[in-house]
Ligand binder design. Structure first.
Ligand code: CAA
Ligand code: NAP
Length: 249
């Protein structure tokens, strides 16, 4: 796999998932040094094998991003083995869909911990270095359902809306250090997460998308790589919709 000569290092959390994999490949092809985070060992082993066969030289590091200490240990290991992190993509996430009237306590806390508290856990522990070096890119992967709400997703929508609140506030705090903080809000993209939605419900959702289809992982990955670049130095606190026209406002 041909790689450019960009010296910046990008950490993608949830790298072994549908979007994470596409992001890693796209960033690598664009010349970044890419490191990924994973939580499930068996999935990571298979992922590394496939990526190696396809010619991608990308290291994976274990860490549960819903846990502050686990995340801290992972970041320390990356810094020792690879070097400092210039760009953080907060991508790891889960769904536990269901109406609030039926929602179990764990379905609420697991989603908030994995999708929102993870953003604090990761960002807080890479930020000091970015401030010292006067450069950083933080990219938070939110969702159209954080922008507009979705039946059955009080937990997920709250976490995803919270991510953009975090983006806006942190963007103000770190602008003077050359660090940008932005949100990407994808619509429905064809990954395992979306394929878990009941077929009948998914068909109805796709019918509401003016483009008439699910998004491709490469389409989101392209936007991530754009926001990681040096040239986007005046873009901060923004929320990029990428949803085929499903939610326009
Ligand atoms: N609007 C209004 N009413 C709805 C509804 C909707 N969108 N969906 C279901 N209902 C109603 C049903 O008609 C039914 O009503 P009655 O009882 O009056 O007949 C009732 O809700 C069914 O409620 P249940 O709690 O029994 O629901 P269920 O077990 O059938 O499942 C659900 C509900 C889990 C929310 C299911 O509809 C579902 O999975 N929906 C998809 C949610 C979704 O879009 N998730 C996205 C996952 S991918 C992702 O999150 C990525 C991303 O960022 C885009
Ligand atoms: P996916 O294929 O299910 O991937 C999610 C990834 O997150 C997996 O690699 C998963 O690892 C990892 N993860 C889960 N919990 C973790 C934890 N505690 N620590 C570290 N990693 C963890 O889903 P996806 O579609 O690629 O989603 C990626 C991100 O995009 C999520 O934040 C999602 O909410 C967001 N998003 C997706 C869509 C979409 O339509 N697909 C739309 C909008 C936003 P394991 O598999 O090992 O658990």
């Amino acid at each position: 796999m041909e790689k450019g000569n960009n010296k910046r290092t990008v950490l993608v959390t949830g790298a072994t998932g549908g979007l994470g994999t596409a992001m890693c490949k796209h960033l690598y092809k664009d010349g970044y040094r890419v490191v990924g985070n994973y939580v499930t060992q068996s999935k990571a082993d298979k992922w590394l094998e496939t990526m190696k066969a396809e010619g991608f030289d990308i290291k994976l590091f274990h860490g549960d991003v819903s846990d502050f200490d686990s995340t801290g240990a992972m970041i320390k290991k990356i810094e020792q083995e690879v070097g400092h992190i210039d760009t953080l993509v907060n991508n790891a996430g889960i769904t536990r869909d269901g109406r609030l009237a039926k929602m179990k306590k764990d379905d609420w806390y697991d989603v908030i911990n994995t999708n929102l508290n993870s953003v604090f856990n990761c960002t807080r522990q890479v930020l000091d270095g970015m401030i010292e070096r006067n450069f950083g890119r933080i990219i938070n992967i939110s969702s159209v359902n954080g922008q507009r709400g979705q039946f059955g997703q009080t937990n997920y929508s709250a976490a995803k809306a919270g991510m953009h609140g975090f983006t806006k506030s942190l963007a103000m705090e770190v602008a003077k250090y050359g660090i940008t903080v932005n949100t990407i809000s994808p619509g429905y993209i064809g990954t395992d997460m979306v394929m878990a939605v009941p077929e009948k419900v998914l068909t109805q959702i796709i019918a509401q998308v003016p483009m008439g289809r699910l998004g491709g992982t490469h389409e989101v990955a392209h936007l991530v790589s754009f926001l990681a670049s040096e040239e986007t130095s005046f873009i901060t606190g923004a929320n990029y919709s990428i949803n085929g026209g499903q939610h326009v406002y």
